[in-house]
Write a protein that binds this ligand. Structure first.
Ligand SMILES: CC(C)(COP(=O)(O)OP(=O)(O)OC[C@H]1O[C@@H](n2cnc3c(N)ncnc32)[C@H](O)[C@@H]1OP(=O)(O)O)[C@@H](O)C(=O)NCCC(=O)NCCS
Length: 180
């Protein structure tokens, strides 16, 4: 487990699926993830099992984000290995419980997983993709040292409109400058 000031990160269990299902099919959430189809409980259970397989194969590491004070599970953060030779990781995060958006928990979860990616998994860089409709996420990534490295123009069709998506990344050296 990885401990921060207000949250900790732990493995995700099948018993977490009911909490995910309370929020997962919310359209407000899905417009930031470009996921259009509703998911069933069985699909989410399959997804959780699949993340265990990916971890066993060293392909991806998923953590649940849990509040230290109440032990409430509010989201997930994951780092996957995009290129094992170049040691390039890819980050994904979702706080599915909207009550806990914009309270600093996303920033803290990213801080913890970046430390894990650079000091445990020996990543050289970590990248991500974020949509132009999501300034909160962009700000959260910038606060953690990510820089914009590219743009996919009109790459997404969400809520009847084409949107750009941004690529962002951070290298280990950049991370070390502020964290070591
Ligand atoms: C993106 C996400 C992980 C960020 O976590 P969070 O806990 O909400 O974010 P934080 O509170 O740590 O940081 C958000 C920052 O953005 C700012 N912010 C909040 N709403 C904003 C908005 N509408 N526009 C611009 N900035 C905004 C906050 O003020 C804060 O910056 P500050 O500390 O300088 O004031 C979370 O909101 C989430 O899961 N959203 C839904 C799914 C998602 O978007 N996932 C990412 C896909 S790329």
């Amino acid at each position: 487990m990885l401990y921060g000031k207000n949250i900790y990160l732990r493995g995700v269990e099948l018993s977490d699926v009911p909490e995910i299902m309370k929020y997962w099919n919310n359209r407000e959430l899905k417009r930031f993830l470009n996921a259009v189809a509703p998911h069933s409980t069985q699909e989410e259970e399959e997804w959780v099992r699949n993340t265990w397989n990916k971890r066993k194969k060293g392909k991806s590491y998923l953590f649940g984000i849990v509040l230290l004070e109440s032990d409430l599970y509010i989201g997930n953060v994951e780092v996957g290995i995009k290129d094992s030779i170049s040691r390039r990781g890819i980050l994904g995060i979702v706080i599915f419980n909207q009550m806990y958006w914009a309270k600093g928990h996303g920033t803290e979860a990213i801080e913890l997983i970046l430390e894990y990616a650079f000091t445990t998994l020996n990543m050289h860089s970590v990248e991500l993709e974020v949509f132009s409709n999501n300034p909160r996420a962009q700000r959260c990534y910038e606060k953690n040292g990510f820089k914009k490295s590219g743009i996919r123009r009109e790459a997404l069709f969400i809520d009847g409109k084409y949107l750009d998506s941004f690529l962002m990344d951070i290298t280990k050296e950049e991370w070390k400058l502020v964290n070591v």
